[in-house]
Design a binder for this molecule. Structure first.
Ligand code: NAP
Length: 428
């Protein structure tokens, strides 16, 4: 094993506590032979014989007795080098490293295929929720049409507190940090970076294409305010940070739409009930229809469930003398559809001067950009500032038109603040 931190410790504990059951399942024993760490003197959550710990990667990667290397170090370097070295020496690899698989997955999977070894990475997305195996095997007869996922527990916790308890963003984030759900530097989570990496992995598998994380459109949750949650509820919606993947047929060939952003979803859509640190992935396939995968997306135990299940799978392959039974093959590279081409409904919250004629000005801007207004409600008035808060919901409009309208609205003298523009996601 490479790494003995949160997840590595959980895996080592599980291998020791369930060793008899695992041996019975596999038909031979799983032996944890060596564990690479940075600091062998560090206190660990699991007791291992001191001789097992090492700071020398070669003692894992070059040991001919080792069949399976479990990478749980995290980060890209040196994890990438070690994983490729393990593959090069004919070892099977199990990893929970989303950064590595999102950015170098194709290189790693190709190397494994050429060397005739397996790489499993169920733990890289959604902790203990089965997802990789689902797209790789269980739904493979389908053409997957769309994936809607809540795959970041930290942001889902924050949004749940804002929805259920009327909290504003800053105190909800501070609470998530004090509970250990959010890092001291929460950027990766609140800006949607973590969710985009996971979507890159899921969309690549779901649509059999290569989706680089930097081609995913991304917006975080930092602009959301308590008022947005209140108004969303009045309109029959819940706000969630969604990772969305869609395969879209066009006359010139298929494209994929991949985006991570907060969205309003109908309160009775299954994902609206996914609260706290839980994750869920809603998949639509042409044969199976809608399926939902729900559970704990992080934590030592759920994640070690995925890691050890992968190890067992590899062990079964070793028993049967097979490898690479289900090779990864991406049918070319489908283009990622530009965000400008998206067509969806929008929720717009803005503060305007409380004076006659303002509504007509705003309606004119939307009209000029081919955006039709479905409803416009005046919410609050701030008499001292002479301002009124409006919430506008549109009919489906093109993203490019909406962004042009937003620029024009922001420049209008009567618009005091364009507080938020959110997409309304309907799952057909
Ligand atoms: N935490 C979760 O709930 C979760 C869920 C799903 C997936 N994952 C993924 O699982 C992986 C591990 O996460 P984690 O939370 O367990 O991380 P962690 O607690 O930070 O543990 C990392 C471990 O790797 C070792 N390590 C890191 N860099 C090293 C290097 N250059 N040389 C040798 N050892 C090195 C560390 O050694 P020392 O202990 O000596 O510092 C530590 O034992 C990551 O890829 C993460 O994204 C985590």
């Amino acid at each position: 094993m490479l790494g003995l931190g949160n997840v590595g410790g959980g895996v080592a504990r599980l291998l020791s506590q369930k060793s008899a059951a695992l041996a019975e399942e596999i038909g031979r024993a799983l032996v944890l032979r060596r564990v690479l760490v940075r600091d062998p003197a560090r206190a660990r959550s699991v007791e291992l014989p001191a001789a097992i710990l090492t700071t020398d990667p070669s003692s894992v990667l070059d040991d001919p007795e080792i069949d399976i290397v479990v990478e749980l170090m995290g980060g890209i370097n040196p994890a990438r080098e070690y994983v490729l070295r393990a593959i090069g020496s004919g070892k099977h690899v199990v990893t929970g490293n989303k950064d590595l698989m999102a950015t170098h997955g194709v290189e790693i999977l190709q190397a494994a295929r050429e060397r005739g070894v397996d790489v499993y990475y169920e733990a890289s997305v959604g902790g203990g929720i089965p997802l990789i195996g689902v797209f790789r095997q269980d739904l493979v007869a389908n053409e997957v049409r769309q994936v809607h996922a809540i795959i970041n527990g930290t942001t889902n916790y924050i949004l749940t507190r804002m929805t259920q308890d009327g909290m504003d963003f800053a105190p909800a984030l501070a609470e998530a940090q004090s509970l250990g759900y959010a890092e001291p530097d929460p950027t990766n989570d609140v800006d949607g970076i973590d969710a985009a990496y996971k979507l890159a992995i899921l969309a690549s598998l779901a649509f059999r294409t290569q989706v680089p994380p930097d081609e995913i459109y991304r917006e975080g949750i930092t602009r959301l305010r308590a008022a947005d949650f209140r108004y969303a509820r009045e309109l029959g919606y819940v706000i969630k940070l969604l990772a969305i993947g869609r395969r879209i047929g066009t006359p010139s060939g298929d494209t994929v739409e991949v985006r991570v952003h907060p969205a309003l979803i109908a309160h009775d859509f299954l994902l609206a009930g996914v609260n706290g640190v839980f994750n869920a992935v809603h998949v639509q396939g042409d044969l199976v229809g809608n399926v939902l995968f729900y559970g704990r997306g992080a934590g030592a135990e759920p994640t070690s469930s995925a890691v050890v299940s992968d190890v067992i799978d590899v062990a079964h392959n070793l028993n049967a003398g097979v490898a690479n039974r289900i090779p990864f093959h991406y049918a070319g590279r489908l283009p990622v559809r530009p965000m400008d081409a998206l067509e969806t409904r929008y929720y717009v919250r803005l503060w305007v001067a409380d004076q006659p004629g303002v509504l007509a000005n705003i309606a004119q801007v939307f009209g000029d950009h081919r955006i039709s207004i479905a409803s416009c409600i005046q919410k609050e008035t701030d008499q001292s500032a002479g301002a009124a808060e409006l919430v506008i919901v549109t009919h489906p409009a093109r993203e490019a038109d909406m962004q042009a309208a937003v620029r024009e609205l922001t420049a209008l003298g009567t618009v005091r603040e364009l507080a938020n523009v959110l997409r309304i996601e309907s799952v057909g």
